[in-house]
Design a protein around this ligand. Structure first.
Ligand SMILES: [Zn+2]
Length: 130
């Protein structure tokens, strides 16, 4: 069995995507799209990412050419990917909108010396003693 192709997109995958894009945008020829995919293989992170980005561009009537797919832009952003979990735990005693253990206000105070490091997320009166 031959070694797997190093490219993220096979000829077959390119043809399938090109046919789909052609259905959405009849003026985009499948040959042109396959050729574009071939020329831009080095910039394609993965086939699923390419499909998402390409369909997003095809569905945007302000995008006139499939070449836009291969430019940087919002169409490459994948908002459905997992995000960082929201901060949890008790709130900071001095900054109610921040979680105590990661409170940025406290961290800033500690950095400039207005708050002892022992009082991250805890009530502290400036000028007091720990
Ligand atoms: Zn705080």
């Amino acid at each position: 069995m031959p070694a797997e192709t190093p490219h993220p997109v096979t000829r077959n995958q390119a043809t399938i995507l090109a046919a789909l894009l052609h259905e959405i945008r009849p003026r985009w020829s499948t040959e042109a799209i396959v050729s574009l995919i071939g020329k831009n293989l080095a910039t394609i992170p993965s086939y699923p990412a390419l499909c998402e980005a390409a369909i997003r561009v095809a569905n945007d009537p302000t995008k006139n050419t499939p070449a836009i797919i291969f430019l940087d832009g919002k169409h490459w952003e994948r908002p459905d990917q997992p995000r960082e979990a929201p901060p949890s735990g008790p709130k900071c005693e001095d900054h109610a909108t921040e979680p105590a253990h990661t409170c940025h206000c406290c961290k800033a105070d500690i950095l400039v010396g207005d708050r002892p490091p022992t009082h991250q997320g805890k009530h502290w009166t400036p000028g007091g003693t720990p």
